[in-house]
Write a protein that binds this ligand. Structure first.
Ligand SMILES: NC(=O)c1ccc[n+]([C@@H]2O[C@H](COP(=O)([O-])OP(=O)(O)OC[C@H]3O[C@@H](n4cnc5c(N)ncnc54)[C@H](O)[C@@H]3O)[C@@H](O)[C@H]2O)c1
Length: 251
């Protein structure tokens, strides 16, 4: 018996990286996985990996920044699985540019994917969870959204700070419906998103010098904390933003 047997988990941005690891980890605990990403092709490997390990998964492609697409996706998930018990808002984008060069499109898109997407999903899935008697939401923010910040990422930092604030407000409001809402704030995790940084020995040395654990994070480091937050062991934890960063940010 898994800790999450019988639960339906919707994970956005589950086609690769941290989202894929979270989808696999929740499936190992028995959750039926609704895996979202922009296109079905992105999701094939995630769904196949879960199914070949004996788990249940299906793809539900949609752009999380598009309200109509999100509604259609939730209808498809409801038809396939009957509802949603766990929502992980993981999809994210991270344009690099100095503030004075950042294009309006990049600003709008970053805020739309990283902040409006979680809002749209929490609003609609919140209603579904309330009707089912409760649920758990985990928002993947970043240490960039803590006091730490991140150079040349103004849209990203603003979106992740916003997501932490939104997490707290959602936790306050949705507790009345037995829905817990927390954020996880990864440090530098080895994924496509950080490929550029990991190829730059000077930047790597600078980051590593500032991480007490002495290494970058693995996707499993984040997925394990998400599983914990979704489990009954975390029943009294809501409204928190938990750093998973080897001790880089201690606040
Ligand atoms: N990798 C890190 O070091 C790190 C650190 C802190 C926070 N994070 C956060 O963790 C999350 C996952 O990061 P990752 O490193 O796995 O990134 P990634 O780029 O490897 O994967 C992100 C996934 O999200 C999908 N996606 C993007 N826009 C989407 C949209 N509009 N709708 C649906 N799916 C969409 C992409 O197709 C991709 O599969 C992001 O929110 C990111 O900001 C990552």
């Amino acid at each position: 018996m898994g800790e999450l047997d019988g639960k339906v988990a919707l994970i956005t941005g589950a086609g690769r990286g941290i989202g894929r690891a979270i989808a696999l980890a929740l499936a190992v605990e028995g959750a039926q996985v609704a895996a979202n990403d922009l296109t079905p092709v992105n999701l094939d490997e995630t769904v196949a990996a879960i199914q070949s390990a004996g788990g249940a998964a299906a793809s539900f492609p949609a752009d999380v920044a598009n309200k109509i697409a999100v509604q259609a996706m939730l209808e498809a998930v409801a038809e396939a699985y009957g509802g949603v018990d766990i929502l992980v808002n993981n999809a994210g984008v991270e344009p690099h540019a100095q503030l004075m060069d950042l294009g309006e499109w990049d600003w709008d898109r970053t805020l739309a994917v990283n902040l409006k997407g979680p809002f749209l999903l929490m609003q609609s899935v919140g209603r579904i969870m309330a009707a089912r008697g409760g649920g758990v939401i985990v928002n993947i923010a970043s240490i960039a959204g803590r006091a730490h910040g991140l150079k040349d990422r103004s849209a990203y930092v603003a979106s992740k700070m916003g997501l932490i604030g939104l997490t707290r407000e959602a936790a306050r409001e949705l507790a009345a419906y037995n829905i817990r809402v927390n954020a996880v704030c990864p440090g530098v995790i080895a994924t496509e998103m950080t490929a550029g940084l990991r190829k730059d020995p000077e930047m790597m040395a600078r980051w590593l010098a500032d991480i007490p654990s002495g290494r970058l994070g693995e996707v499993s480091d984040v997925a394990d904390v998400v599983v914990f937050l979704c489990s009954s062991a975390a029943a009294y934890i809501t409204g928190q933003a938990i750093n998973v960063d080897g001790g880089k940010v201690m606040s």
